[in-house]
Write a protein that binds this ligand. Structure first.
Ligand SMILES: [Zn+2]
Length: 142
């Protein structure tokens, strides 16, 4: 996994060049679907995935310094439940079994991972527009 994370972070930094804002989900305390990793027990899988994401984040955060880029960790809430076209947030619009998001309000549909990426892009846009803590859903009043 270490080699994969080195190559992945290097590829991302080389591909997007200078002054890039990389937006990643803050996956602290997020649980994952175990169906694709069944050779180890649940605790081992969870530990491996947490460690792998943490390592990728660390490598990326280190490598972006060479290109004056930046890694922004955002609240992962609703990034897989929000329609990027109309903004509706509805958990049941994501269909895990077919990896598809289908909006019941506007009909927009796409691959569920793509929907997540589109929503991260939106959060990044909110950030560069001045929102220092971009997120979807309810906000905590400071
Ligand atoms: Zn929609």
């Amino acid at each position: 996994m270490t080699d994969v994370n080195h190559r992945l972070s290097k590829t991302l930094v080389n591909r997007y060049g200078r002054n890039t804002l990389f937006v990643i989900e803050d996956l602290t305390d997020v649980s994952f679907d175990d169906k694709n990793l069944n050779t180890w027990n649940k605790a081992q899988n969870c530990e491996l995935r947490s460690w792998a994401f943490y390592q990728l984040e660390q490598f990326l955060s280190y490598k972006v310094k060479e290109t004056d880029s930046f890694v922004l960790k955002v609240d992962a809430s609703y990034t897989s439940q929000r329609c990027p076209k109309c903004g509706r947030i509805h958990k049941l619009n994501r269909h895990h079994d077919i990896h598809e998001y289908i909006c019941d309000a506007c009909g927009y549909h796409s691959n569920d991972d793509r929907i997540g990426a589109m929503n991260l892009y939106e959060l990044g846009t909110m950030y560069v527009s001045g929102d220092t803590n971009p997120r979807f859903g309810s906000r905590k009043i400071d």
